[in-house]
Design a protein around this ligand. Sequence first.
Ligand code: AMP
Ligand code: TRP
Length: 344
Amino acid sequence: MTSPQKKTIFSGIQPSGTLHIGNYLGAIKQWVRLAADNTGYFCIVDEHAITVPYEPKDMPERILNLAATYLAAGINPDQSIVFVQSHVAAHTELAWLLMTTTPFGELARMTQFKDKSKQLSKKNKAGLPAIASAESGATAGLFGYPVLMAADILLYQTRIVPVGEDQVQHIELARDIAQRFNNRFGEVFTIPEAKINNNTARIMSLSDPTKKMSKSDNTKSYIALTDSPDEIKIKIMSAVTETDPVFSFTKSGPAVKNLLTIYQAFSDEEPSAIEAKFNGKGYKEFKEALAQLVINQLSPLQQEYKKLRQSDDELRIMLGRGKHHAEQFANTTLRDVKEKMGLL
Ligand code: AMP
Ligand code: TRP
């Protein structure tokens, strides 16, 4: 499937809840663009999702929902490889092998681990269920999470990893892991690069523009890809703004800048054209226009999603094909790694 001019792109999202427009604009929209003339691997990273407490009976549905979202957003499974991480055993196997070459101290520096383990220990103290010790709340799986992510990326000789800003530190680590392996055991891995879309790398919360938009926040702070037109309108109309209505990508406060960024990302219009359009207008008019834009842009995705969710079987067949393709490539890399490491 790989031709010399094509680059390999790899990315993934965890099936751990509703996707929001931050995920769409920060990650998936870039995937679709890049997948058009490269070889794309788009993974549903279920083994990452189980590193924090979760409900097993909800997981199959979440995996299928996420697969349908990838396709509805424009990933073409005849051109790209769409698959589930746990279907390709090479991911966890390579993760273990790489675990033995990764210093503990490098993992201890990962900010996502620090944030998530803090959140978990807070929940533990509040008496909510968690698997691990009440002391830390975090499992060894959560600690090793970035090594599994490195394995995901390195198995496919990936060049480009399109993600939002919060994942850049993990990709830096994957590069270090790959370089260290190549130096110690001989050249196996391509060194990957993170690709973030500067404009949309960090879409902020609608209720607090100092925090990134996140599904773990209150529902008014984010727009889910599955929100109805009414919900979208209510959320945008009640988004916080600064006191004076100034519509400028450089001079507006953080709340309005975030809304302008969302407008720009969905409309693909030039920032100066957007500034001119709303110059002298009030917030109500701007927000109404933004709400309508988001509703219109999400509508085809939502319709396609509904269609795809009518049949589990078709999605499962598509994922079966993805597994088959991914496995072939992944197993070749894994064999090479084991040989270089001296395993018989
Ligand atoms: P998550 O749902 O946190 O696993 O994120 C899935 C993908 O969406 C990753 O590439 C993230 O970097 C990206 N992402 C998550 N939240 C945002 C946000 N608020 N703005 C931009 N990208 C985001
Ligand atoms: N850790 C990523 C996130 O939370 C998801 C992920 C797992 C990923 N493996 C990956 C992203 C490999 C890019 C490449 O968003």
